[in-house]
Design a protein around this ligand. Structure first.
Ligand code: NI
Length: 283
């Protein structure tokens, strides 16, 4: 049965869920809770679900791709490497937030038949299981987020960015990545940066030439839609703390350009030093 999902503010989401005993696990009641969790998650676009989210304060989570049921899980970070991602939660609709978590975790749990399982998960599944494990301890991701923003991904237009040549002008510890268009441009245009190392974008500055930033995406997730005029530093688009980027992330900027003269379109201040300091703090 598809169950209603509890949302932020519901007391069940801030409780510490209790363990499931061996006898309980095989009972029709707890097996039904597991079936309901699977049905409920499959009816959403989510990738994980915890029992408290369907108002059952039990230590059971499910993680998709492939769908895995974890009873009484213990999730332990392995090593010091962390990844930052933009998490959402079915219990916190309409929002996303930047969260840093261990890249690799050790998971120990019982499957739904009571068999003990140990495994090492990394990257996407590691992030999802850490998020779900937090639910069992009454923690929602906004408590761990460095900043939150509205998730209007569903309204984002399909975009096909043109990647122009990017230049790097180093000024001490703050290189500036510049987007240069090979041709004069006008109208609504997308530009993109691909990052080759992790760091923090502290602002986007648009070169004069009648350009306005209208939207910013990071690796397909829409962060903000707002207007900012040429010459200003668009910290407002990136949040107070700037934007953490991992190597391989792509930052896309939508510009509306009134005059088709300028070839240098925009630049991003990129702060490796801040990123390094934060890596250090996480150890
Ligand atoms: Ni969640």
């Amino acid at each position: 049965m598809i169950r209603q999902i509890a949302t932020q503010g519901d007391p069940v989401l801030s409780q510490i869920a209790r363990e499931v005993t061996a006898d309980e696990l095989l009972s029709p009641e707890v097996q039904q809770v597991i079936d309901d969790m699977l049905a409920t998650l499959r009816a959403t676009t989510g990738v994980g679900l915890s029992a408290p989210q369907i108002s059952e304060s039990l230590r059971i989570v499910i993680v998709d791709k492939p769908m895995t049921v974890l009873v009484n899980p213990i999730v332990t970070p392995v090593g010091d490497v962390t990844d930052t991602s933009y998490e959402g939660c079915l219990s916190v609709p309409g929002m996303r937030g930047e969260v840093r978590r261990a890249q690799t975790v050790r998971v120990e749990y019982l499957d739904r038949t009571g068999k003990r399982v140990q495994a090492t998960w990394t990257k996407f599944r590691a992030i999802v299981v850490q998020h779900e494990y937090d639910h069992l301890n009454g923690i929602l991701y906004p408590e761990r987020a460095s900043f939150l923003f509205p998730d209007d991904t569903v309204h984002a237009p399909k975009i096909d960015p043109t990647i122009f040549r990017t230049g790097e002008g180093a000024t001490g510890s703050r290189p500036t990545f510049v987007i240069v268009s090979p041709e004069p441009v006008s109208g609504k245009q997308f530009f993109a940066w691909q990052f080759h190392e992790a760091g923090r974008v502290v602002g986007i500055r648009v070169q004069p030439g009648g350009a306005i930033v209208a939207g910013v995406w990071l690796s397909g997730v829409r962060l903000r839609t707002a207007g900012i005029k040429a010459g200003a530093l668009s910290k407002m688009l990136l949040g107070e703390h700037g934007l953490h980027v991992n190597a391989g992330d792509q930052l896309r900027v939508e510009l509306r350009i009134a005059k088709g003269k300028r070839r240098i379109i925009a630049e991003a201040d990129f702060d490796r030093q801040t990123a390094a300091a934060q890596e250090g703090a996480a150890e």
